[in-house]
Write a protein that binds this ligand. Structure first.
Ligand code: MGD
Ligand code: MGD
Ligand code: SF4
Ligand code: MO
Length: 735
């Protein structure tokens, strides 16, 4: 038996693990108790790699779908030859724009993939890169584009006296808000030891809300109203940082005028909360010395997510919650370049209207990339520019994209559909012409660079200390297998299509704002993943070799970096009154409140994450389904009583777009009028499986063209208007 250090790549947290191996097989996996940042933390999704590494569904060889629908094994080299040939034929007939990629969640923790993929696409001449980010929290990229950003970054959770969580639930998601390294311990310590005053805005009493000093439980989708109300209190009571605003922001008077209509009474009435709680939340947030606020998927998906994220940035600026000159930089970088910031604003830039135009809904490329909610339409819409080939990297469109029926039709219409996955259990792979069998996370080396870079994604994300870890591959790939890494797929295509692989390290751009040197790969002698990691970290503050000297991870706090003064004559300011956002504030006031619209749809369906699975991953491992095999329709017991529903009952849930079946589960903490369900459960519309075994596909309820953000295209994926009905006695029709 040997013990080795590993990095879990089953979510963005990248927890350090200790894996006990018996003859190349993991027999036990635990969190690393000696780790200085995670303190032994791990979750079942990581520990269960003991079972999922060699799960019966695991692919060891790539699969090809024959015209009769049968799947046969195919060698990876042969598959690459065939795919390259088919792509070339498609490009010859329709041009390179006919080739698109979609990157799902598991691309994130594999940092070698995207640079090679992007370089291949650049060389091919296709801009059609789509990712899950535009159906996740697109406001996170749009808001800094409109507000500008603070070069020194935000105050961090570690020494904050207050934090505001808006539709984000880090105790389950381990995404952000509370930094994702053992968030439960962090939040408990912050509240109990440091007296942090937590404000949570969530229509249900989430796991985080249990720690809140104030929990606002508004009607779903009313976050802009609530945040405008909080800003109004802070401005009217002069609780904001007047010096910081005077020196670094513009648009203050206009913002003040724009939020004037959002009185506590108006907000309380509209959002269904108590005015006193709203005022208390404003006082707690503005009254603290240090703090921050984070929005998550809930508030980004509930309509007007850009505005929600924008108002949170305004709150940060109003309260001066950015790092000031002379303060020590919490994380000056480890595998990223040295972060050497100044106490000054970067000016706003364009959030949308970037060069590529889509053919549907007037959508364009944006700060968060091309709108994935338009991808199915771009495949379906005939004519010049139609997408004919799609490569799906570690994603599951059929369950994850809004409007499942449309997604199904689109995936079937493709001339060529390729998935890169570790298993066929993914529903989308059944539609793919080729599924490339990829290495499992434990079969290739890993670095924590992606989580380090998350701090540039939003406040409350990433590592707030200079932490880094490298882990070599934990196990050898099985003999007889034919597995590739995702980057090797694109490298292999580039070789066959005579294309170069040249890229600039995007991470370096994010940290320094400057172009890093170009990396060109040798197209004859394939590099190793370790060599690619070397190239990606060429500008690292701590050389990769040094990181490798600490197999269990280390905090590299040997160098103190301080925020430098603003450059003399620096004139850029943070924008508190972006015209589009001000117009949206105006529209919100003018429109009929959401709860008075949608006659006949009295409920709002909101999003949530299921603790033991990751989107659609983990649903084929019984140990991860012990608590929930399916995705219950959680509702308030009073609603259930009024409708005569009992726990476990099968019901029909109907949106203006479609209907699905759900299974009632009672949850005291949910606001009446709200139903809360996880996505990525269920099957596809043609093979509806047993709902009590597999759950329901909530994306069938969502339309991409009914209510959507005009810039990023994200439709309303939370706060979805629905009605519910009993289907007692009719259960057979439901499965
Ligand atoms: N209604 C609704 N819809 C939503 C959401 C919601 O809250 N509500 N959330 C949205 C969000 S935030 C996201 S990010 C998307 C998720 O969208 P996707 O990323 O498209 O969906 P996942 O289920 O995460 O897909 C992950 C895929 O990666 C595969 N996989 C697992 N491990 C590996 C690996 O090591 N290598 C490779 N190559 N593949 C692997 C899995 O088998 C699975 O097929 O869904 C979005 N859709
Ligand atoms: N265990 C597990 N972890 C995951 C995932 C998973 O599937 N399972 N998915 C991963 C992915 S892809 C992502 S992007 C992250 C997401 O991480 P988070 O953004 O933290 O996602 P959730 O945990 O769903 O938390 C969203 C919260 O928003 C609330 N909410 C819903 N609608 C509204 C609204 O209109 N307003 C407000 N204020 N709140 C609302 C919900 O009740 C919920 O508590 O999690 C990641 N981590
Ligand atoms: S929290 Fe994420 S990274 Fe940590 S063990 Fe669980 S799945 Fe793995
Ligand atoms: Mo996500």
């Amino acid at each position: 038996m040997t013990k080795v250090n590993a990095i879990c790549r089953s979510c963005a947290a990248m927890c350090p693990l200790v894996v006990e191996l018996d003859n190349n097989r993991p027999v036990n996996i635990i969190g690393d108790k000696d780790n200085p940042v995670f303190h032994g933390y791990s979750c079942i999704k990581g520990r269960e790699m003991v079972n999922t590494l060699h799960h019966p569904d695991r692919l060891y060889k790539s699969m090809k779908r024959l015209p009769n629908g049968e799947f046969v094994e195919i060698g990876s080299e042969q598959a690459l030859d065939e795919i390259a040939e088919r792509l070339q034929a498609i490009i010859a007939e329709h041009g390179p724009r006919a080739v698109a990629t979609y990157a799902g969640t598991f691309i994130f923790t594999y940092p070698a993939t995207q640079p090679v993929q992007h370089a291949w696409m650049d060389a091919l001449g296709t801009p059609m890169r789509f990712t899950a980010a535009s159906i996740d929290q697109p406001g996170k990229a749009i808001a800094p584009a409109l507000h500008g950003s603070w070069q020194a970054g935000a105050q961090v959770f570690d020494d904050a006296d207050t934090w505001m969580l808006v539709g984000v639930n880090p105790l389950v998601a381990k995404s952000g808000g509370v930094p994702n390294q053992n968030p439960a311990k962090r939040l408990k310590d912050a509240v109990e030891k440091n007296g942090m005053q937590l404000v949570v805005i969530d229509p249900r009493r989430s796991e985080c809300a249990k720690w809140a000093a104030v929990h606002l439980q508004p009607r779903p989708g009313e976050d802009p109203t609530v945040l405008a109300g909080i800003i109004r209190v802070i401005i009217e009571e002069q609780l904001y940082d007047q010096d910081f605003v005077a020196e670094n922001a513009e648009g203050f008077e206009q913002l003040r005028a724009q939020v004037a209509g959002y009185s506590p009474e108006y907000v309380a009435e509209r959002a269904g909360i108590a005015a006193a709680d709203l005022i208390q939340a404003a006082h707690l947030f503005a009254g603290a010395k240090r703090g921050g606020c984070t929005a998550g998927t809930g508030s980004n998906m509930a309509g007007r997510g850009n505005l929600t994220e924008y108002l949170l940035m305004c709150l940060m600026t109003l309260c001066g919650r950015w790092l000031k000159a002379g303060e020590r930089v919490p994380n000056p970088g480890v595998m990223g370049p040295k972060f050497n910031p100044k106490a000054q604003a970067s000016p706003p830039h364009k959030g949308w209207g970037l060069s590529e135009k889509l053919r549907v809904r007037g959508l364009t490329d944006t700060a968060v990339g091309l709108p994935t909610s338009a991808l199915a339409d771009e495949i379906l819409l005939e004519g010049e520019g139609q997408i004919k080939a799609l490569i799906c990297i570690s994603g599951n469109p059929l369950l994850a994209w809004p409007d499942q029926e449309k997604t199904l039709a689109a995936l079937k219409k493709l001339d060529l559909f390729v998935c890169l996955d570790i298993q066929m259990a993914n529903n989308s792979c059944h539609l793919a012409d080729y599924t490339m069998a990829c290495k499992h996370s434990l079969e290739s080396p890993a670095i924590t660079l992606p989580n380090e870079m998350l701090s540039y994604f939003g406040t409350g994300f990433g590592f707030s200390v200079p932490y880094g870890q490298y882990a070599a591959a934990t196990v050898e790939v099985p003999e007889d297998s034919d597995l590739i890494e995702e980057w090797e797929f694109f490298y292999g295509l580039a070789q066959r299509m005579n294309l170069p692989i040249e890229f600039e390290v995007a991470y370096s751009w994010a940290v320094t704002g400057q172009a890093p040197p170009k990396v060109s790969l040798d197209m004859k002698n394939k590099p190793t993943t370790d060599e690619l990691y070397e190239r990606l970290t060429e500008q690292a503050r701590v050389p990769l070799d040094r990181v490798k000297q600490y197999p269990g991870g280390h905090i590299f706090d040997d160098e103190a970096v301080y925020v430098a003064d603003k450059e003399p004559g620096w004139s850029a300011r943070l924008q508190l009154a972006d015209p589009t956002m001000m117009a949206e504030l105006e529209e919100v006031l003018a429109e009929q409140p959401d709860h008075l619209r949608f006659d006949g749809y009295p409920f709002r369906l909101i999003s949530r994450r299921t603790p033991d699975v990751f989107n659609s991953t983990g649903r084929n491992n019984p140990k991860q389904l012990r608590k929930y095999k399916y995705n219950p329709a959680f509702m308030n017991p009073s609603d259930a009583a009024n409708l005569g529903f009992v726990s476990g009952e099968l019901i029909r849930i109907e949106s203006p777009h479609a209907d699905i079946k759900g299974i009632v589960e009672l949850e005291e903490g949910i606001r009446p009028g709200v139903i809360s369900m996880s996505h990525c459960f269920g099957g596809d519309p043609e093979r509806d499986e047993d709902i009590r075994e597999k759950g329901s596909a909530i994306n069938r309820l969502i339309s991409v063209d009914r209510e959507y953000d005009p810039y990023t295209g994200i439709p309303r994926m939370s706060a979805v208007p629905v009605r519910v009905a009993s289907i007692k006695g009719d259960e057979s029709k439901a499965v």
